[in-house]
Write a protein that binds this ligand. Structure first.
Ligand SMILES: Nc1ncnc2c1ncn2[C@@H]1O[C@H](COP(=O)(O)OP(=O)(O)O)[C@@H](O)[C@H]1O
Ligand SMILES: Cc1cn([C@H]2C[C@H](O)[C@@H](COP(=O)(O)OP(=O)(O)O)O2)c(=O)[nH]c1=O
Length: 228
C-alpha cells in the first residue's frame, strides 16, 4: 500500500495588539514572505473573515451592541469566531493552507475580559466553544505606546485627506489604551509558549524582519525552503 506523503501540518498564526500598532500591515507582509517561501496561506481578520462573522462585525463596530455591555459583546465576538473557525480556519488548515489572522481570541480576553471586566470563566468557556481545539500555533503580539500608534493613524488620515471619525473603540481615552496594552502583555506572559511580544516601535521593514525571524525560527519547515 502506498503511504501518504509525510506532509507538514499547516500553521495557524495570529496577530494581536492595540489599535494602529501595524497588525494589518504586517499580516500583509508576512503573507508575502510566506509566498516567497512557497507556502500557501490565507489572510483573514476578526471580527469577520466569513459573511456571517462580517455581519456581526458591522453590528458591533457601528456601536449597535454598545448598550448591551461587554458580556454580550464577548458572546457576539465568540459567535462570529465560531463561524470563522468552522467555515474558514479549520477547512484551510485541513487542506494544508496556512491561516494568518489579524486579531483572534486574545482580543476578546484583552478587550471584553481584562479591560471590560467580563469574568475569566465566561471568557474561557466562550473560547473553548469557539476554538474547538484550534488554538493558534503562534501569536505575535505587537506592542507599542498607544500615543505613538494614535499619531500614526492620525497622520495617515490627514495624508489621505480624511476626517478622523474613528469607530467607537477608537474614541476611548488614552489611559484605557494603556491598560489594554498591559493586558495584552499579561496574556502574552501567561501564554509564553504560544505568544511572542515584538516592539512595534520600528519602521515597517525592520518590524517585518523581526517577525520573519520569529516565524522562521518557530517553524523549521521554512528553513531551506525555495525562495522565489
Ligand atoms: N512600522 C510602522 N511605522 C510607521 N507607520 C506604520 C507602521 N506600520 C503601519 N503604519 C501605519 O500606521 C497605521 C496603522 O497601521 P495598521 O497596519 O492599519 O495597524 P492596525 O492593523 O494594527 O490597526 C497605518 O496608517 C499604517 O500605514
Ligand atoms: C476580535 C475582537 C476585536 N475587538 C475590537 C478591537 C478593535 O477595536 C475592533 C476591531 O477593529 P479593527 O478595525 O479590526 O481593529 P484595528 O483598529 O486594530 O485595526 O474590535 C474586540 O473588542 N474583541 C474581539 O474579540
Amino acid at each position: 500500500m502506498l503511504e501518504a506523503p509525510n506532509r507538514r501540518p499547516a500553521r495557524f498564526i495570529t496577530f494581536e495588539g492595540g489599535e494602529g500598532v501595524g497588525k494589518s500591515t504586517q499580516v500583509r507582509r508576512l503573507l508575502n514572505n510566506l509566498a516567497h517561501h512557497a507556502i500557501e496561506a490565507v489572510r483573514t481578520r476578526e471580527p469577520g473573515g466569513t459573511p456571517k462573522a462580517e455581519a456581526i462585525r458591522s453590528f458591533i463596530l457601528q456601536g449597535r451592541s454598545e448598550a448591551w455591555g461587554a458580556g454580550s459583546e464577548a458572546v457576539l465576538f465568540a459567535a462570529a469566531r465560531l463561524d470563522h473557525v468552522n467555515q474558514l480556519i479549520a477547512p484551510n488548515l485541513e487542506k494544508g493552507t496556512w491561516v494568518i489572522s489579524d486579531r483572534f481570541c486574545d482580543s476578546t480576553r484583552a478587550y471584553q475580559g481584562l479591560t471590560g471586566g467580563v469574568d475569566d470563566k465566561l471568557i474561557d468557556a466562550l473560547e473553548n466553544l469557539a476554538l474547538d481545539g484550534h488554538t493558534p500555533d503562534l501569536t505575535i503580539v505587537l506592542d507599542m505606546d498607544p500615543a505613538i500608534a494614535f499619531r500614526r493613524v492620525e497622520q495617515r488620515a490627514v495624508e489621505d485627506g480624511l476626517q478622523l471619525t474613528g469607530d467607537r473603540f477608537e474614541k476611548e481615552e488614552l489611559d484605557w489604551h494603556q491598560r489594554l496594552r498591559e493586558n495584552f502583555l499579561d496574556i502574552a506572559r501567561r501564554n509564553a509558549d504560544r505568544c511572542v511580544v515584538i516592539s512595534a516601535e520600528q519602521d515597517e521593514e525592520a518590524l517585518e524582519a523581526a517577525i520573519w525571524d520569529v516565524v522562521s525560527a518557530r517553524f523549521p519547515e521554512l528553513q531551506g525552503r525555495p525562495v522565489s
